[in-house]
Design a protein around this ligand. Structure first.
Ligand code: PLP
Length: 356
């Protein structure tokens, strides 16, 4: 069997959830969208069930996977609400919680005939300028929703655009905008993603929404700041399947992207961009080989990549390579590939997930 795999440490997930819980003054919904950020929705939600007050997913099909697996002890929140009015009977029947961000959704709710009301968070656009009503619309929209027997209002939600930049004043401006509305409506707030929850305690709100921190990646990668002891949950690993010994001046891989400057021993690793390892990763991106630091050289190919093992004479075919995990942070790899840990984690493909 090909040795490439992602090992998911469920006890690390629980550890991180307990940490998120410590930063959540009241309730916490664990964000498990995108297959739990690539970690496998059902195994992750199973161990998180006892740690969280609700699960949050992006859309109805993701919620249906939880329901099909019997994971219905905790409420399931749809962060984008319904995307089509045809989802509403299912949502009402399953008692899914909807974020309502647009007038068309309110019109659809008003047409719904259902015995049980749908629980709703009203989404406010306080500066992200993605989904949500403008602050000046909110009082009228709230009154409108309050008259609908199909709706049970839970509170106001908003999403921070720049909470991962702890010194950026935008988060406090967004917070002030939503607090002003809350004062008038005297209702619950759901505000904080991982970065806000770790950096701006005033922004926690009544319901926090941690995602990335549950998986042990750093919500502040560009700020190089993390004070909490998050444990990486995913380890992406494989093995060396071939060794090359090259003289100085030899080009390695597609495009001759890397040329040896001295006699070099290379390990060929069974891992490529078809597995979700980023093709953009630069020469020098860190890995470990049998636990010892080494570096990527040459272009990442579809099924293989190359690491320099000149300084590690004892490693060879069969040696274990960690691409990211507890020894190599996914955030470091992401930086080397001009992206973020989020994208690497949820982009994993083809490699089997195993759980420990
Ligand atoms: C994805 C998402 C989150 C979680 O964000 P993290 O940065 O992963 O903690 C929270 N709220 C909303 C609305 C989201 O879409």
């Amino acid at each position: 069997m090909r040795p490439a795999r992602a090992v998911i440490d469920l006890s690390a997930l629980v550890h991180n959830a307990k940490l998120a819980r410590q930063h959540s003054p009241e309730q916490m919904m664990a964000v498990v969208k995108a297959d739990a950020y690539g970690h496998g929705l059902i195994p992750c939600a199973t161990v998180l069930q006892d740690e969280v007050d609700a699960f949050a997913v992006a859309f109805t099909e993701e919620a249906a996977r939880l329901i099909d697996a019997g994971l219905t002890r905790k409420p399931i929140v749809l962060l984008e609400g319904f995307l089509d009015a045809a989802e509403l009977p299912f949502i009402a029947e399953q008692q899914l919680v909807c974020v309502v961000h647009s007038a068309w959704q309110i019109a659809a709710l008003a047409r719904l005939s259902s015995q049980q009301p749908v629980a709703v968070w009203l989404k406010v656009d306080t500066g992200m300028h993605r989904l949500g009503f403008q602050p000046e619309q909110v009082l009228a929209v709230w009154q409108q929703l309050a008259t609908l027997p199909q709706v049970r209002l839970l509170g106001l939600s908003t999403h921070f655009a720049r909470a991962d930049e702890p010194e950026c004043p935008v988060t406090l401006q967004q917070l002030q905008a939503i607090l002003a509305l809350q004062k008038q409506l005297n209702t619950s707030l759901s505000l904080a993603n991982s970065a806000a929850l770790l950096s701006t305690s005033a922004a926690a709100g009544n319901w926090t929404r941690p995602g990335i921190m549950l998986y042990g990646a750093n919500p502040f990668p560009s700020a190089n700041r993390l004070t909490e002891s998050l444990e990486p949950v995913m380890t992406l690993e494989s093995k060396i399947i071939g060794v090359q010994t090259l003289a100085a001046g030899q080009a390695v891989g597609y495009g001759g992207h890397y040329v040896t400057s001295a006699p070099t021993r290379l390990g060929i690793v069974a891992m490529g961009y078809a597995d979700g390892y980023p093709r953009q990763a630069k020469n020098g991106t860190p890995v470990t080989v049998d636990g010892q630091p080494a570096q990527l050289v040459g272009r990442v190919a579809m099924d293989m990549l190359t690491v320099d093992i000149t300084h590690l004479p004892e490693v060879g075919v069969g040696s274990r390579v960690e691409l990211w995990g507890k020894q190599v942070s996914v955030d470091t790899v992401a930086q080397q590939a001009d992206t973020i840990g989020y994208q690497l984690l949820c982009n994993l493909k083809r490699v089997p997930l195993s759980y420990c």
